[in-house]
Design a protein around this ligand. Sequence first.
Ligand SMILES: Nc1ncnc2c1ncn2[C@@H]1O[C@H](COP(=O)(O)OP(=O)(O)O)[C@@H](O)[C@H]1O
Ligand SMILES: [Mg+2]
Length: 244
Amino acid sequence: MGKVTVITSGKGGTGKSTLAAGLGASLVRRGNRVLIIDCDAGMRGIDLMLGVSGELVFDIADIVNGNCMPANAIYPCKTVPELYILPAPQNVRDKVSPYIMRQLVRVLVKYYDHILIDCPAGIGMGFESAAAAAERALIVANAEPLSLRGCDKVRSKLRQMNIPEILLIINRFNERKFRRLNVFPDLDAVIDRAGARLLGIVPEDNAAAACAQRGEPVEGRMKAVYAFDRIAARLDGSDAPLEL
Ligand SMILES: Nc1ncnc2c1ncn2[C@@H]1O[C@H](COP(=O)(O)OP(=O)(O)O)[C@@H](O)[C@H]1O
Ligand SMILES: [Mg+2]
């Protein structure tokens, strides 16, 4: 039985999809079979990041509407064996209810070691469905006041939904910019502001981000990849140092 983790954020653009793609690849390198479910209906992006956007025929709405079997809407990532994607519907009106999502994930979780669910930003449309089946939530934030705004709303909503583990990822961290911003004295202040236990810090890494954007695997000797690997180890229950 796999572990189901939803990837959320207060503000948009904090790096949820980049994290999902990178973490998915890291979990595979640890020997896991991983499914990423894209729940960002209308704004899907994971298919691009995993290099399968040209092949998509079916998506999650087709499973729910009985147009295809679940296996027909799950696509293997070409460059990372054992990494799979279930795409989000292109149309926001096709979003899936929380009840249906729970039923679907209950079936799928038998076939994977990890399911990562990429969620829309905030707590609006699609959030509850994306989080409905999760036993663990990651809140992705950047170390900036605007990005941290909304974290508390997401956190309290996740608590209301009885998600037992709520963990923070600080993404795109750049120490020089952080000091220049001069809003928080240190990272502890950022973690306090976000109000969740820290699982990992991912440095700003334009090379890794560009790989993800081009649909190339996020792997090799890149700063962000080391961070993804350590986060993957922690998600797998192993000890890995928190530092950058
Ligand atoms: N660690 C990182 N370093 C540099 N750029 C990043 C990093 N993570 C994400 N990005 C960039 O930030 C932007 C938003 O990322 P994305 O994953 O699409 O966010 P979200 O899914 O939360 O909207 C993209 O341009 C992406 O390439
Ligand atoms: Mg996204």
